[in-house]
Ligand binder design. Structure first.
Ligand code: SF4
Length: 248
């Protein structure tokens, strides 16, 4: 966890679980997997278990960290918190009781706003009736290309007040995306030595879809060798819109 974050659309990160397995093309250059390997080498106790080498890697086995559950209580000032920047809370290996514990913490700290991002919304749908969904919790899905648009339909089935889409790394056109029931969309290119090229036309399509459908649009970065290699302006300006939550 970290109070303060280099991620443009949040203020802090909180990792009650760590580790994951690659599940779709957007995971190919997972920054968390790379970082976990470094953290393991540095002796960080949360990153000492290795995941399956076919889908995960050193230090990246899925693990629950009960000792991290009290962190949001200690942050007295309200924060926008990205939950599990180093994992996916709805991974099959995270137990249902632990997910319920994470939700209990979020419910008991209404001064904070929590951003949950998953590539596994089907499990969120299955668990939805067993979780409280307080209004300070936002749920988002990653949609990197057309093949993952079905995640949006699953997201819409969850009774959460604020739904968002992370189209990052954007790997293809999402023209015609249906944003009904969605409040916020983040788009961005990939960064790192193996980054895949972002076509500006794909970003403009998403911005225009957001404008047409009344959805807040946030453009995070063009990507490149480094996250800030090519800046984050689109058509001469920054796009930093944030969602306006509606009652669940
Ligand atoms: S779901 Fe997220 S954390 Fe998990 S491997 Fe994919 S990109 Fe990494």
């Amino acid at each position: 966890m970290a109070d303060g974050s280099g991620i443009e659309w949040t203020e802090a990160t909180w990792n009650p679980t760590t580790g994951c397995d690659r599940i779709s093309a957007g995971c190919d250059n997972c920054y968390a997997l790379t970082l976990a390997k470094r953290l393991k080498a540095m002796g960080n106790p949360k990153y000492q278990e290795d995941g399956d080498p076919r889908t995960s890697g050193p230090g990246f086995a899925v693990q629950e960290h009960p000792s991290a559950l009290d962190i949001p209580y200690r942050w007295s000032a309200p924060r926008l918190i990205f939950v599990n920047s180093m994992s996916d809370l709805f991974h099959a290996k995270v137990s249902t009781p632990f997910i319920q514990e994470v939700f209990r913490v979020m419910e008991e700290t209404p001064r904070h706003t929590y951003q949950l991002l998953t590539k596994r919304p089907r499990r969120a749908v299955r668990l939805a009736s067993h979780l409280p969904w307080p209004s300070n919790v936002w749920l988002g899905v990653s949609v990197e290309s057309e093949g993952q648009l079905g995640r949006l339909d699953e997201l819409r089935q969850v009774p959460v007040a604020t739904r968002f889409v992370s189209a990052e790394p954007l790997l293809g056109s999402l023209a015609g995306i249906d944003l009904n029931g969605i409040h916020w969309l983040i788009a961005g290119g990939e960064s790192g030595p193996n980054h895949r090229q972002l076509d500006p036309a794909w970003v403009r399509e998403l911005r225009d879809s957001c404008r047409e459908q009344g959805v807040a649009f946030f453009f995070k970065q063009w990507g490149g060798t480094r996250p800030k290699s090519n800046g984050r302006e689109l058509d001469g300006r920054l796009w930093d819109e944030m969602p306006v939550p509606t009652p669940a």
